[in-house]
Design a binder for this molecule. Structure first.
Ligand code: FES
Length: 114
């Protein structure tokens, strides 16, 4: 298991990027819940953020790809607007232990094209 961060390290309504086993992930905290996705846009496979840790639209309601503006639901990763509408970000399973988000390294290292 690899520890990403403590849930308190991410403020409500914000996001944070991680590099694990050479792959990029990002977490979002929304309404107290945590979500973790592969940082890989289903449109062209690019990372989504426009600046470090900036994965959300201007009001923090949706995940936004900075390349062509696709918008994704935070709780499911489903694209609701943009060139990959109907596709989804890949959710990454994680566990919470004493408030720390942890992932299986093998599960992350095997991520490829989606
Ligand atoms: S690469 Fe993400 S919307 Fe085109």
């Amino acid at each position: 298991m690899i520890t990403l961060c403590h849930v308190d390290d991410i403020e409500e309504g914000t996001s944070k990027g991680f590099e694990v086993a050479g792959k990029f992930l990002f977490a979002v905290k929304k309404d107290g819940d945590m979500f973790l996705y592969y940082n890989y846009c289903p449109h062209l496979g690019t990372p989504l953020e426009w600046l470090d840790d900036q994965f959300l639209d201007s009001d923090g309601a949706l995940i936004q790809c900075s390349t062509h503006g696709a918008l994704f639901l935070i709780d499911s990763g489903k694209c609701i607007l943009g060139p990959c509408k109907g596709k989804s970000l890949k959710a990454i399973p994680f566990i919470l232990g004493n408030g720390f988000m942890m992932v299986e390294e093998q599960q992350v290292s095997s991520l490829g094209r989606i």
